[in-house]
Design a protein around this ligand. Structure first.
Ligand code: AMP
Ligand code: MG
Length: 474
């Protein structure tokens, strides 16, 4: 692995140098061979003892420069001036054969100066949850951090009980969060913010220039990202500014969930009592987060404060039109429309309303429509017939039949998503030392648009399998 550690070359105040804390007995859970190839790494070697030791934090590879990144953030709207990597260590950056740069981070690698009261560890549950969901997102075409490998530690981690410990090797084009900018902005450290602007542009938005350019690009990327989440029924669950990535990629899979039964107000996170991060609030929260980024960038946008505020406000306000257009484009594609007509939004909304009233399964309705019939997903047999009539008429207006539209729909409406009850099942087995359900689910999620009609992973949960709450990955 060839490292080139640009973050470690930033001034000292950006991070704390820290070594991962070795564990008792590293054991391999998984290596992501496809991702390893993309990064120019030899998957076979990664599954060998030397690399398992690296993934566990027991060996620091040559060229690495381990550190914990400093960041701040708004958690549920409350300002926290210092968070930082409390259970993660950035080993360094690897530049792949295509010149793409990858942060290689160990999550659950022990205490750091940012750990506060925490133990810096992770147990096998959150590790395989993040592995499964982040890789599913990648296969669905959603920008996201990735999972390169996961290992067990041979140590117990104490939460509500004792659970087997694990470490996730997370890779990403950067770990620059809105909260990273906030950390320095709150300290009046304009020089540091300027360095972050340059790094964010270099890593994520080549060709863009200046703080205003970065803000505009970040707003656009975030609007597209959230529209994509919405089109898949995905709820991030903890969209704090420290979990909001400046590169517009999904980061920090804690209490996230894919909805089974559709409802716009759906919330899964056990700690989100007010529903701040409910499904239907995600766009609004993303705007709020972008406004926090804008605030950090003001002094760099213009030396005249009023001008800076005006330009930044304009940039943040770009979110809504981009989001709305992207949302509609994605949902149009989900129902097989290839042209734009007035009334398309209404057509989609009526479908969603019916689904909400009937508690229909989000993924299965759209997949059902793509394969021929979504009626069985509704409790009332005729709940959808008039809608299907309108839809067929609308398709006819672009000269196509439902059968023709369905060809394209099969490529945007997944059959397989990481359903909460399947993740739970994989976690329960993993705690007992059996990783077979994890591997089965992970393999199926790699090709979410292809599945046999009777694949059990397509099924909605039985009432006794429904997961109503998800928990932070601590
Ligand atoms: P998160 O909930 O993942 O967004 O994390 C919020 C903050 O808590 C970050 O600064 C994390 O590094 C820190 N944190 C979460 N879990 C732990 C842990 N087990 N030990 C130390 N710090 C943690
Ligand atoms: Mg976080």
């Amino acid at each position: 692995m060839l490292f080139d550690n640009s973050y470690a070359r930033l001034p000292d105040r950006f991070f704390a140098p820290v070594l991962p804390v070795p564990v008792a007995e590293p054991g391999l859970i998984a290596v992501n061979a496809a991702l390893a190839a993309e990064m120019g790494l030899d998957a076979k070697a990664l599954a060998g003892p030397d690399w398992i030791a690296v993934f566990a934090g027991n060996r620091v590879p040559d060229g690495a420069h381990p550190l914990a990144q400093a960041y701040a953030g708004h958690q549920f709207g409350n300002w926290v001036p210092q968070l930082g990597d409390g259970r993660a260590v950035l080993l360094g950056e690897v530049v792949g054969p295509d010149q793409r740069r990858w942060d290689v981070q160990l999550k659950g690698a022990g205490r750091t100066p940012f750990s506060r009261g925490g133990d810096g560890r992770a147990w096998v549950g959150p590790v395989i949850r993040e592995y499964l969901v982040s890789e599913a997102m990648a296969a669905l075409g959603v920008p996201t951090t990735r999972a390169l490998a996961a290992v067990t530690t041979g140590e117990m981690v104490y939460r509500e009980g004792a659970f087997p410990g694990a470490v996730l090797c997370r890779v990403a084009p950067s770990h620059l969060r809105v909260g990273t900018f906030q950390f320095f902005s709150a300290r009046g450290d304009e020089a540091a913010v300027a360095l972050l602007v340059d790094m964010a542009i270099e890593r994520h938005y080549p060709g863009v220039s200046g703080a205003l350019g970065l803000l505009q690009a970040a707003v656009k990327a975030q609007a597209r990202l959230v529209a994509q989440w919405m089109s898949l029924g995905f709820i991030h669950g903890v969209m704090n500014t420290d979990n909001s990535h400046v590169g517009g990629i999904t980061i920090d899979y804690g209490p996230c969930a894919f909805m089974d039964q559709y409802h716009p107000d759906r919330v899964f996170s056990s700690i989100d009592r007010q529903g701040r991060y409910a499904y239907s609030n995600q766009a609004q929260i993303a705007v709020w987060n972008m406004a926090q980024l804008a605030t950090c960038l003001l002094p760099l946008i213009s030396s005249d404060r009023d001008t800076a505020i005006e330009l930044a406000t304009e940039a943040v306000h770009m979110f809504a039109p981009i989001y709305e257009a992207e949302w509609l484009a994605r949902f149009r594609a989900k129902i097989g429309l290839v042209t734009d007509h007035d009334g398309d939004q209404q057509l989609v909304e009526v479908l969603l309303q019916r689904m909400a009233v009937q508690g229909a399964d989000f993924t299965r309705v759209f997949r059902g429509l793509s394969e021929g019939d979504a009626m069985p997903e509704f409790t009332e047999p005729d709940a959808l017939s008039d809608w299907v009539g309108d839809w067929t008429t609308r398709l006819a207006a672009e000269g196509r039949t439902a059968a023709q539209a369905q060809v394209g729909m099969l490529g945007v409406n997944p059959a397989i998503i990481p359903r909460n009850h399947r993740i739970e099942e994989a976690i329960v087995a993993a705690v007992a030392g059996d990783f077979a359900p994890f591997h089965r689910l992970n393999a199926a999620l790699a090709t979410p648009f292809h599945a046999k009609p009777d694949d059990p992973l397509r099924a909605a949960p039985w009432p006794d399998q429904v997961v109503r709450q998800t928990f932070c990955g601590t």
